[in-house]
Design a protein around this ligand. Structure first.
Ligand SMILES: [Zn+2]
Length: 469
């Protein structure tokens, strides 16, 4: 490309971006003006929160419609759908054929594989996925939503069966197991009930809140009874040896610091005050009804985003309930007490949650301090390759299998890099940050599992340790 062509290219890029952004803003503005006459006259700084949220929801809904219109009937997406079904079917065959899996784990995994969905990139208005609908080259599994998304940059440029097998594997990993355990635990059910009572679906009563509080510490104990599936396999997948036991005072300190950080962030953004104020002042001196009044879910763009297991959500649920039921006559004291009680409950919850995660936690602090290492990415690579090998085996011609393997792995080809010049130093440098995936070169080797090598008829000329289920 010549300099002139490059500049021309840049100009086109900027132009397309600008047309795209303007079209979006124009559509949202027109839609908002239709529902709220005079909307276009309100300055951005003076925009009531309710309208700001509504405009954001409109924007997300519009993007979701565009994403669906772009891809739903596109032949490349149809191909993703067909491959997703195929990978899922093969996954079930692999699980059923596993002799070393217990009956219970097998049944659980089959049901979990059945429940995973595929989502058009950008189609879920509740999730911000950036450029995934456009040109990002990536794929995701969303743990709480239980769906897989393959980004447009991925399925329009390369083979995706290996990627699909990897992402679907995440529906079985220890992170998803933990999430399901928490969700169905007495604490999870209690928080869900508290959310429904606080956000208007059920009636809120202080008797119920006092009962929830009284049972809370007992319910927390249940979290500690979590037993990981295939513990030895997960331990083998960890990328380092971790310390034997996490001391109780360490857990208490991490929980306290985590909650303090969440709390200070919410406080800085005025969220506690917003929740207790029935009205909000407007720039013209008048006041408008506060949509967030005693409704902690109102703080989130979509009510479904107020996931009671999220730290900030539970903290706000505790605060609101306590504030509603407080009999303290002094306003400042009442406010402070509610925050303090919420903080105490949240710290206890955080401590039990971190203890439950234990040596498999993906938290940066625990990893850095040598107490944990998350096995989930290596789990997904390992399991995914068992499925991918079976898919490759359905191809009779070994040369075609190899070509397909490479077409699925092209994204792992290494470009010249400074890390390649200094491999041992790069390894040292890497030990100073937490990255759940193996380093590229290592990952390339790990992906060539026994099953894959057998399928491709190739031998290993390097050392790696393969973990067996
Ligand atoms: Zn992954």
């Amino acid at each position: 490309m010549t300099l002139k062509e490059r500049i021309e290219n840049m100009r086109h890029e900027e132009e397309i971006d600008s047309i795209w952004n303007l079209a979006f803003r124009e559509t949202v503005l027109t839609k908002m003006e239709k529902t709220v006459p005079g909307y276009a006259k309100i300055k951005e700084d003076f925009m009531p929160l309710e309208l700001k949220y509504e405009a954001q929801r409109q924007r997300r809904s519009l993007l979701s419609k565009v994403a669906k219109a772009l891809w739903a009937n596109h032949e490349n997406w149809k191909d993703v759908e067909a491959k997703f079904d195929r990978v899922r079917k093969t996954f079930k065959e692999v699980i059923s054929g596993q002799k070393d899996l217990g009956k219970e784990v097998k049944a659980d995994w089959l049901a979990r594989i059945d429940s995973v969905k595929l989502m058009i990139p950008g189609a879920d208005p509740e999730v911000e996925t950036g450029n995934c609908f456009k040109d990002e080259s990536n794929a995701y599994y969303f743990r709480d939503k239980n769906y897989v998304t393959v980004c447009a940059g991925d399925f329009n440029s390369e083979e995706i069966e290996q990627t699909l097998a990897h992402e679907i594997s995440h529906a079985l990993d220890i992170g998803r197991s933990r999430y399901l355990y928490q969700l169905h635990s007495p604490v999870g059910a209690g928080l869900q009930d508290l959310k429904e009572r606080s956000c208007g679906k059920k009636r809120f009563t202080c008797d119920q809140w006092n009962r929830t509080k009284a049972q809370f510490h007992d319910h927390l104990k249940y979290l500690l009874t979590f037993e990981p599936q295939l513990e030895d396999f997960n331990m083998c997948l960890q990328d380092k040896e971790v310390k034997d036991k996490i001391p109780d005072d360490y857990l208490a300190r991490i929980a306290k610091e985590d909650v303090e950080a969440t709390l200070s962030d919410l406080a800085r953004r005025n969220v506690f005050l917003r929740i207790i104020s029935p009205e909000l002042p407007l720039p013209n001196g008048k006041a408008q009804k506060n949509p967030l009044y005693m409704n902690p879910c109102g703080y989130y763009l979509w009510e479904t985003q107020a996931q009671p297991l999220d730290e900030d959500v539970s903290l706000l649920l505790f605060f609101t309930a306590e504030y509603r039921c407080s009999k303290e006559p002094d306003r400042g004291q009442k406010f402070k007490n509610a925050i303090e009680i919420a903080k105490q409950l949240q710290t206890a919850l955080a401590k039990s949650t971190i203890a439950m995660e234990g040596q498999f936690s993906g938290r940066y602090r625990l990893d850095r301090d040598g107490y944990s290492s998350s096995p989930t990415e290596r789990f997904a690579d390992n399991l995914g390759q068992m499925v991918f090998a079976k898919i490759l085996n359905s191809e009779q011609d070994v040369r075609k299998r190899r070509a397909r393997y490479l077409a699925n792995n092209a994204w792992l080809c290494r470009k010249p890099s400074i890390q390649q010049l200094f491999p041992s130093e790069a390894k040292v440098q890497r030990s100073y940050y937490v990255e759940p995936h193996s380093e590229t070169n290592q990952r390339q080797k790990e992906l060539l599992t026994d099953e894959i090598r057998e399928s491709l008829h190739c031998k290993r000329d390097f050392e790696t340790n393969q973990c067996e289920i």
